[in-house]
Design a protein around this ligand. Structure first.
Ligand code: H79
Length: 451
């Protein structure tokens, strides 16, 4: 049963247009968090801030006034957009998301609606323009991250405005927000979509009609524009999914530093996972503490995302001078090295309805199923179980060198599924997760049933 909603989902089911299909096929993306918080690098006057570096302004030890003047020192003389884009290209990213404005309100483009922008730093030049141009040139689609929270803008409120004066100020803030979004879409016409954040404030959740109108306005301005589920709430304050449980926006945007456990968790929707390299640092923090993910971990998350029909977006936090830190450069290289050999199992691939196996993940494109092996069984046998009436294995081989892999037919089980073992040659050695391609045809059988 469904209740009538004025401001719920505008569409049921996935988008079917070419722009969204392209997004869906990306598989791997890059996130970049860059702003004046990169100057502080998670420290103030030598003191370590244990939170996420881009949140340092909210720290009690951080004088707000000092933070709001950091921009006067923002001069990223080492910044080279072409180099960033080349690195992302090598890693295998097909799209990137750049923070145009984080919660602190600092704009990396020269917005004409505030003075708190790159234009008034010693650097002066439009960072967003350089980034968009460089990534466009590499053929990497650009998406604009935009925070609705804006700690710098005077009319901004987190709580619902109460006084008449506050209400007027908040109305101005809403217009300011709209102006900036229209400005971004007008001035950066190649950007493919918007990635919203900071939309959980009570004040914003209440702006149901305004946000819905604004979303429609942005979409009308730019046919094909892609916006996730984090922009607006429905009239009952429901976010991401409306009061009927239907996804609002083009893809589910709730997987932040988290992955679905199984395909059941994503309900047939498009989704992205945005992931940090340390546990929770997006902007540059000069002192990473705690566990730092390895390229093995990240490739696992990438393949796992694609195996459940999602995109995996890995975050980078360049420093205040514009350098991507060596740890991140190394990981980008390692992921890129892996992608050089194995990206066929990623791009354009989707979920396969086969029983999950412990050795790794299935992905599929056309008549090829890719088995990406992370946990090689001691007996070198990869188990495969295909339900009755399912696809039929034709041949198997390594993606890297096309060397054949034997398929042993292992009969049927109680549920009448066909069982197979793919046999990894004992002398095959790999220091990396590896991919076996299984070519399939549609089943013609169901004759040789379980006896
Ligand atoms: O930009 C990165 C983070 O800075 C930002 N999103 C990523 C992409 C982010 N901001 N906050 N969070 C992530 C965590 C959110 C915490 C919340 Fe809450 C808990 C939001 C609502 C409940 C903290 C407590 C903020 C408001 C109340």
């Amino acid at each position: 049963s469904s209740i009538p909603l004025q401001h719920g989902a505008h569409r049921l089911g996935k988008r079917t247009d070419a722009e969204m299909q392209k997004w869906r096929e990306h598989g791997l993306g890059q996130f970049i968090h860059w702003g004046v918080y990169a100057i502080a690098g998670g420290h103030w006057q030598g003191k370590y801030y244990p939170g996420a570096a881009e949140w340092i302004r909210s720290w009690e030890e951080m004088p707000k006034d000092a933070y709001d003047n950091l921009y006067k020192e923002f001069n990223p003389t080492d910044f080279d957009a072409k180099q960033w884009a080349k690195q992302a290209k090598y890693m295998g990213a097909k799209y990137m998301i750049i923070t145009t404005k984080h919660h602190d309100g600092f704009c990396i483009w020269p917005s004409k609606y505030t003075d708190y922008t790159i234009k008034n730093t010693p650097y002066k030049k439009d960072l967003l323009r350089e980034i968009v141009d460089a990534y466009d040139k590499e053929g990497i689609d650009v998406y604009l991250y935009f925070s609705i929270i804006d700690w710098h803008e005077k009319g901004y409120r987190s709580a619902i405005p109460e006084t008449a004066e506050e209400k007027v100020a908040y109305e101005e803030f809403k217009q300011f927000t709209r102006n900036q979004l229209i400005e971004l879409l007008t001035d950066y016409p190649t950007a493919k979509g918007l990635w919203f954040d900071g939309t959980w404030d009570k004040a914003w959740i209440e702006q149901v009609q305004f946000a819905d109108d604004l979303e429609k306005e942005m979409r009308a301005m730019r046919p094909g524009l892609i916006i996730g589920s984090r922009f607006r709430a429905d009239e009952n304050g429901k976010r991401h999914f409306d009061s009927n449980g239907d996804l609002m926006g083009d893809y589910e945007q709730g997987w932040e530093r988290d992955l679905p456990n199984s395909i059941a968790d994503v309900n047939g929707n498009d989704w992205d996972c945005v992931m940090t390299i340390p546990e929770n640092q997006w902007g540059y923090h000069s002192e990473w503490r705690g566990y730092v993910k390895t390229s093995f971990d990240l490739i696992d998350m990438l393949v796992r995302s694609v195996s459940m029909d999602g995109n995996f977006v890995l975050n980078f936090g360049p420093d205040g001078k514009g350098n991507i830190r060596p740890e991140e450069t190394k990981l980008a290289k390692e992921i890129g090295d892996w992608m050089k050999i194995n990206s066929e199992a990623i791009y354009g691939c989707s979920y396969v309805n086969l029983k999950k196996q412990g050795w790794g993940y299935f992905t599929r494109k056309d008549n090829k199923i890719y088995l990406t092996v992370f946990n090689r069984p001691i007996n070198n046998m990869l188990n495969l179980e295909i339900a009755k009436g399912g696809v039929k294995p034709v041949k198997a081989y390594f993606l890297s060198d096309k060397k054949g892999v034997d398929i042993v037919n292992a009969g049927r089980n109680k549920q009448n599924s066909s069982l197979y073992n793919l046999v990894i040659p004992a002398d095959f050695i790999s220091g990396q997760p590896f991919v076996i391609v299984l070519e399939i045809s549609q089943s013609d059988d169901d004759k040789d049933t379980y006896q």
